[in-house]
Design a protein around this ligand. Structure first.
Ligand SMILES: [Zn+2]
Ligand SMILES: [Zn+2]
Length: 214
């Protein structure tokens, strides 16, 4: 089973996740580390826990989620895994960086495209790819059934949902993604979002003002 460790990085306060197993192998999801001290914090954690990173994943490629991709690649030679429809978002990220006065060096290594329904492995542990567009065109969530959690990126937050006014965003598509890809998970499933504190599927079904079912 995978253990979750969260970091909150960069001025946009994005959550970066490290998921690791009993063999000390881990994946890094949405490395938002922008400042050198944030990169050091992530690297020091991995070294202190003797973790070997084997996978680099992006839920989507808005700038706050991709700042550290190049650092991860340069340090551990991990190719970036993302949905094909996020390639254009990744290409736009440096221009948004300029616009937000957060310039950065974009990832330019190989791209591996994730397929909806595909299960990617960290040894015996599986992450199921759930296709959840609406906040961005190729957004995916990572569901770890055995551990009862989902990494939800910027689709579903504690008490809120992702914005839909950015390029490729669509409100109806987002609501549909939440209802068909996330609210179909067991109520007790823990939700680790791209911003803010964790929540559960059951709590959001009851309380989320944007998508509540009751
Ligand atoms: Zn986003
Ligand atoms: Zn974000």
């Amino acid at each position: 089973m995978l253990t979750v460790r969260a970091f909150t990085f960069n001025p946009v306060e994005e959550n970066t996740y490290v998921l690791y197993n009993e063999n000390n192998r881990c994946c890094i999801i949405d490395p938002g580390c922008y400042f050198p001290e944030e990169r050091d914090e992530l690297k020091t954690f991995l070294e202190e826990e003797s973790l070997s990173p084997i996978l680099l994943l992006n839920t989507h490629c808005h700038l706050d989620h991709v700042f550290g991709n190049k650092f991860i690649y340069d340090t551990w030679k991990l190719p970036l895994h993302l949905h094909e429809k996020e390639k254009s978002m990744l290409d736009l990220a440096p221009a948004s960086g300029q616009m937000w006065q957060l310039p950065f060096d974009n990832y330019e290594g190989p791209l591996v495209y994730l397929k909806p329904g595909e299960k990617i492995k960290i040894d015996d542990d599986e992450l199921e790819i759930r296709f959840t567009p609406g906040h961005s065109p190729g957004h995916v969530c990572f569901y770890h059934e055995a551990g009862g959690f989902v990494i939800s990126g910027d689709v579903l937050f504690n008490g809120s949902i992702g914005r839909t006014d950015l390029p490729g965003g669509n409100y109806d598509v987002l609501i549909n993604s939440i209802q068909t890809q996330l609210f179909t998970l067991p109520d007790e499933t823990k939700v680790y979002p791209g911003h803010g504190p964790m929540t559960t599927i059951g709590f959001e079904k009851m309380n989320n003002p944007f998508v509540k079912l009751y």
